[in-house]
Design a protein around this ligand. Structure first.
Ligand code: HEM
Length: 505
């Protein structure tokens, strides 16, 4: 009998060993670099690989890896093997590769399911593309921009001329102020205003918009602060409950962009709860970056009086040319879509700010074994099942060869001597086509980029025209970037900056 027992135990032991071995095999534990593949760095923790260091400070970690391995390398990150491409001259190979090989949807579906609990249709991305084409470009963009302006006016100028105003200085945190205004105006422009039942109700509706958007902003910020942890799947259960509660908020009176996306899903039979979750995805994608960007824009302008002066002069010139004038008791001035096309200096300042603070991590799933062809002729084999990623912030945004003195804000960096948009940037004597990538690139390139740029410009315009504003401490140091957020778009500062503002009229 004991022989049978030993045999059984041995069989059991072998089975456990086989399962363990199989499991480790599947997780890529025994993976070795094959000839023709990029350098492989698995890190010393099984399965997790380098994920902890990567999460702690993505930029610093990738800089270290680039120094160690060169501009292409594969690292293990939380069960995935990710090949990073850090040569900007070869970015075309990433951005333009076919969807059959490098696929964004597969990656984004996984992310949306984990972070937002959203499980969508396979047609989701084509719906997004079609709707964005219609509403975030051309005539649709014009309508959205007009709506943004009237919402900004409601939020920023409702005290104008009232005795409440008294033109006294108000002190606030600059980050909070900018994020609050731009978030709320953007939200109202996309998700619609309160309805007016009868004539004369307009003022009530405007008050309603102000109050409700304020509540939403505070709820949104709770989620926003949770986000980096959500994306990497390490959120506490309490945090997840809170996030779910917020994604279930109901919205009414939506804009064309949101309306179409909502109704197409309804027509396809998607459950209401799931649509609500998608509506929250769109809220996050559309409002999570523009507010923080507006903070940096205003902050850098305040720190660089020459830039502020140049932008102010341009704004006043455009205003004058449009035949508008700011005067006490006069009609509100408006920065129309047409006027927005005539501001190369402000455009350059916006691009420069995004170069400094937008740091997305662009990721694709590798659906087929493929060869990565570099600009200098090198070739690398990439395995099916892996991921590929590009982190343009260190590869281009702060490369001193492409952008000399990269940590200094130069408002005219993207201007030619003739005052038009500059697009010529070089590395090693070769022209760099992807000289900044705040909006990502290729299939997943931000569909809201034109609207976002308009929002930023409109906000700065109203600040310059209607307000005096200054930093409480003129020697204020530039805040550090909050390292937790690398990879998600616009970075947030690690601390608040105090400023004061007052209405001029
Ligand atoms: C300064 C502001 C903004 C920045 C820096 C920004 C940046 C980005 C980036 C880098 C991506 C691509 C992510 C990737 O490839 O994985 C993205 C995607 C996206 N953005 Fe923006 N964005 C901004 C504002 C907006 C606005 C205002 C909207 C909508 C009106 C918007 C809607 C979206 C959507 C829907 C996606 C997902 C695209 C897809 O799945 O293909 N964004 N954004």
């Amino acid at each position: 009998i004991w022989r049978v027992q030993i045999l059984l135990l041995l069989t059991l032991f072998l089975c456990v060993l086989a399962c363990l071995f199989g499991g480790l095999w599947i997780q890529g534990f025994f993976r070795q670099r094959r000839p023709g593949e990029p350098p492989l760095d698995k890190g010393w923790i099984p399965w997790l690989g380098h994920v902890l260091e990567f999460r702690r400070d993505t930029a610093k970690f990738l800089q270290r890896m680039t120094q160690k391995h060169g501009d292409v390398f594969t690292i293990q990150l939380g069960g995935f093997y990710v090949t990073f491409l850090q040569d900007p001259l070869s970015f075309g190979a990433f951005a333009k590769e076919s969807r059959e090989k490098l696929n964004f949807n597969a990656f984004s579906r996984q992310l949306l399911a984990r972070v937002f609990g959203y499980v969508g249709f396979t047609t989701d991305h084509s719906i997004l593309e079609a709707t964005s084409q219609k509403h975030l470009k051309g005539h649709g963009l014009q309508i959205m921009t007009e709506s943004m302006m009237s919402n900004l006016q409601n939020l920023m100028l409702h005290h104008l001329g009232s005795c409440e105003n008294q033109k006294s200085w108000k002190e606030d945190g600059l980050f909070n102020y900018c994020y609050n205004i731009v978030f709320r105006a953007g939200y109202l422009a996309l998700y619609g205003n309160a309805t007016t039942q009868t004539e004369g109700d307009e003022e009530k509706a405007r008050i309603n918009d102000r109050t409700e958007s304020e509540i939403l902003f505070h709820e949104f910020r709770k989620y926003d602060q949770l986000f980096p942890n959500l994306a990497y799947g390490v959120l506490t259960p309490k945090g997840r409950r809170e996030a779910n509660r917020l994604t279930n908020e109901n919205k009414e009176n939506v804009s064309g962009w949101i309306w179409d996306m909502y109704h197409m899903r309804r027509e396809e039979g998607m459950k209401e709860l799931m649509i609500d979750r998608y509506m929250f995805v769109l809220l996050w994608a559309s409002q999570g970056n523009t507010g923080p960007s507006s903070f940096w824009l205003l902050f850098y302008l305040m720190k660089h009086p020459d830039a502020m002066e140049a932008v102010r002069n341009e704004v006043l010139k455009v205003l004058k040319e449009s035949g508008q004038e700011v005067r006490p008791g006069g009609p509100l001035v408006n920065l129309t879509h047409e006027m927005l096309m005539k501001t190369p200096v402000l455009d350059s300042a916006v691009e420069e700010v995004l170069r400094l603070v937008a740091a997305p991590l662009l990721t694709r799933s590798v659906l087929q074994d493929m060869t990565l062809k570099m600009a200098d002729g090198r070739e690398f084999l990439i395995r099916k099942g892996d991921r590929m990623a590009v982190f343009p912030y260190i590869a281009v945004h702060i490369d001193p060869e492409i952008h000399p003195d990269p940590f200094t804000f130069k408002y005219d960096r993207f201007l030619t001597p003739e005052g038009t948009k500059k697009t010529d940037f070089y590395k090693g004597g070769k022209r760099v086509r992807y000289y900044t990538m705040p909006w990502g690139s290729g299939v997943s390139m931000c569909p809201g980029r034109f609207f976002a740029t308009n929002e930023l410009k409109q906000f700065v315009f109203l600040m310059l025209v209607y307000f005096d504003f200054e930093l409480m401490n003129p020697d204020e140091k530039i805040p550090h970037i909050d390292h937790q957020r690398w990879g998600f778009g616009t970075m947030q500062p690690d601390r608040e900056v105090q400023f004061r503002y007052r209405l001029r009229y």
